[in-house]
Each structure stands twice: as structure tokens, then as C-alpha cells.
Design a protein around this ligand. Structure first.
Ligand code: XIL
Length: 359
């Protein structure tokens, strides 16, 4: 045995690090080694906020590692792309599209027509059907052409049906152009890029049965009229306690029966329901485990019930609690995502992976 003098000994710190590396290598199944989209075998996406995309390198590293589909959280909406009539602002969306091309991520365009992102200048034409039709056609054509060959798909019309009643939302588009604006939006998008897949996107489709029936009727009508619709986006901004998993499974089956592609397009699972004061004020271990199980069930329902040929994927509306829209938009504390406020994977992440394993 060779005895090394003291100063040849490896520093203790180094030995500890080497041991940790060996341990990690030994358990090959370490939860973050296999990215979500590899587990899935279908697209796993996330919405991306422009600010964190530009400033947070850890955020970008997780984005690149775990997801293979990207939706712009805001910068491809009308108010952002055409803030002034006829003036298009492409820079941020172009750079997101370039990022997608560089890292081989699918870009899902969101959204060509959304009442909440109608710029003030367009609203000024309310009631003028010739002008508004022109604006609809021109906006859709210019935007879809800009991302032709870059965006694989589009949410063409977003949130056109009202909650509870299932009536058409009385947006300026509906009020001025009538319900046919929906069909025409799809036709304009198809003409601008025949290869892009076109979606109708809406929320509460697994919880609100009247709204769901209305959207199913709308889809049936669009299909009967040969309107070019390829898929349905179920946003799924849902809660821990509603809708029930049975209701979600029932709704998924009804949408599968349309034969369209099914995209869970904006998934997040919140605890609070806008109560003042909020019921949940901090995120405990038992809440984390509850959320893990909820994610498992929702992801398992999609994995199991949607035939592979109709799976367009599951997209998170942001993957980290650090940047979730829920807290600021609804002015409440919440923890709806897979990663926490330090960008560490939560038990919810593990639940998501478990849900993918039912195949
Ligand atoms: C939200 C964004 O997350 C917020 O940053 C923005 O302030 C408002 O819009 N349904 C949709 C998304 O289709 O576009 C919305 O995104 C969330 C609800």
C-alpha cells in the first residue's frame, strides 16, 4: 500500500461531490433526467412570457430541456402584433420563432382573433362591417403569412362562446359581423398558410356543460360547412377541486368524438377560486402531494382517452409558479404550475410524469 503524504489527499469537498455525482449516475431514473416530452411521446408545450424569456437563463434552460412545443403567452396576440392600424410589430414574435427553429420546438400560434386582445384602434370601427371585415382578413392574412412555415398551428378564434348560456360572446366581432366571422377567420387563415393546423380555443370546456355543448355544436356546424378547422383547444385553467376527474374524462370523450385534434392548450391547476380573502395563503407539503395526484389524473385522462392520431399535445400555461399569470391576473396567491418560485420541479411535475405512464 502506498501512503501518500498529507498534501496529496483529495480535499473532502471533492470526495463529497464525486460521491454525489456517482449516486446520481447510479439512479438513472432520477426524475429530471428524462424530459417531459420524451416521457410523453407526444408534444408537451408551455406558454412563454416575453420578459422571463428575455431575462432568465434558468427559465430558458428548463424550457429547452423539458418542452417541445411553445406558445407565446402574449406577443402573438393582435394588440401586440398590430398596436396601430397597419403597423405590425414583429420583433419579439420573430425572435421567439427563431428560437423555436433553432431548438427544434413546435411553435403554436396564439391567437388570431380574441376579443380581449382587440386593439383600441380596431374597436373604433365597431358597427362598420366593411371596415371590420377588412381588418379581420388583413390581420389574419398578414400574421399567418409572417409565420408561414414557422408556426405549425394557430388558435384562430379564441373564446367566442359565453359561459353558462353557450350563446355567442357579444364582442365587437360578433356584434358587427355576426356569427359568420368565425368561419371566415378560419378561411382567411387557411388561405394564408394551407399547411398550418387551425384550432378553435376556449376555456371551461370540461366544467361548463352548456358551454361545452355549444362549442360542440359550433364545431359540428363548421365541419358541416366545410370550414377548415383541424382541432379544438381546451384551455384547462382548472382548479384542484373542480371539475371532477370524471367530468374531465367525459368531456374529453365528447371532444374525441368530433374526430378533431385535441390540444390541452393552457393547462394550470389553481387552489384558490378568487375568494376574498383567499382560502389558501401558503403552499404546504400536503397541498403539493394533492396537486401531484391531480396532475397525474388529468394527464392520465388525456394520455389514455385521446387516440394517438388526435393528440396535439398538452401545453402548460407557463411552467413555473414564479411567472404564472394566475396570481397577478386574479390578484390571489396560487401555485398552479409544475415548477415553483425558485424554478425547482414540484411534486406536480412527478404527477405529470406518472400520468404519462398509463400508455
Ligand atoms: C393571459 C396572459 O397569461 C396574461 O399575461 C395576459 O395579461 C392576459 O392573457 N386565456 C387565453 C390566454 O387564451 O391568452 C390568456 O393569457 C389566459 C386565458
Amino acid at each position: 500500500m502506498v501512503l501518500y503524504p498529507m498534501h496529496f489527499r483529495y480535499p473532502k469537498k471533492l470526495i463529497v461531490i464525486a460521491f454525489a455525482v456517482l449516486m446520481l449516475a447510479a439512479c438513472g431514473g432520477h426524475k429530471e433526467n428524462t424530459p417531459l416530452y420524451i416521457h410523453a411521446g407526444f408534444e408537451i408545450g408551455t406558454a412563454v412570457g416575453a420578459k422571463e424569456f428575455a431575462t432568465d437563463s434558468l427559465f430558458r434552460a428548463i424550457l429547452v430541456r423539458e418542452f417541445n412545443s411553445i406558445t407565446a403567452e402574449n406577443i402573438m396576440k393582435m394588440a401586440h402584433l398590430q398596436p396601430v392600424e397597419g403597423v405590425f410589430q414583429w420583433a419579439k414574435a420573430d425572435s421567439l420563432a427563431a428560437f423555436c427553429a433553432r431548438y427544434n420546438k413546435r411553435l403554436h400560434g396564439h391567437a388570431l382573433n380574441w376579443y380581449l386582445s382587440t386593439p383600441a384602434w380596431a374597436k373604433a370601427y365597431a358597427g362598420d362591417s366593411a371596415a371590420l371585415e377588412n381588418i379581420l382578413k388583413n390581420h389574419i392574412t398578414r400574421v399567418v403569412e409572417q409565420f408561414k412555415g414557422k408556426a405549425a398551428s394557430w388558435d384562430v378564434v379564441n373564446e367566442a362562446i359565453l359561459d353558462s348560456t353557450g350563446a355567442y360572446r357579444k364582442s365587437i366581432w360578433y356584434n358587427t359581423l355576426g356569427p359568420e366571422y368565425i368561419a371566415r377567420a378560419f378561411t382567411y387563415a387557411r388561405a394564408a398558410d394551407p399547411d398550418a393546423l387551425l384550432f378553435y380555443n376556449d376555456y371551461s370546456l370540461t366544467s361548463d356543460t352548456v358551454k361545452r355543448a355549444a362549442v360542440l355544436a359550433l364545431i359540428a356546424e363548421l365541419k358541416a360547412n366545410n370550414v377548415p378547422i383541424d382541432g379544438i383547444g381546451l384551455q384547462e385553467h382548472i382548479y384542484m377541486d373542480s371539475p371532477s376527474i370524471d367530468e374531465i374524462r367525459k368531456a374529453l370523450k365528447e371532444f374525441v368524438a368530433t374526430g378533431l385534434l385535441i390540444h390541452i392548450s393552457e393547462l394550470d391547476i389553481s387552489f384558490n377560486h378568487f375568494e376574498k380573502p383567499p382560502v389558501y395563503l401558503s403552499f404546504t407539503d400536503s397541498m403539493a402531494q394533492w396537486q401531484r395526484e391531480r396532475y397525474r389524473q388529468v394527464v392520465a385522462a388525456y394520455t389514455e382517452l385521446v387516440p394517438d392520431s388526435q393528440k396535439y399535445g398538452i401545453t402548460m400555461w407557463g411552467f413555473a409558479d414564479k411567472y404564472t399569470w394566475v396570481c397577478s391576473y386574479f390578484d390571489q396567491p396560487d401555485w398552479p404550475c409544475l415548477y415553483d418560485t425558485t424554478l425547482s420541479a414540484k411534486p406536480a411535475y412527478q404527477g405529470f410524469v406518472e400520468g404519462l405512464k398509463v400508455r
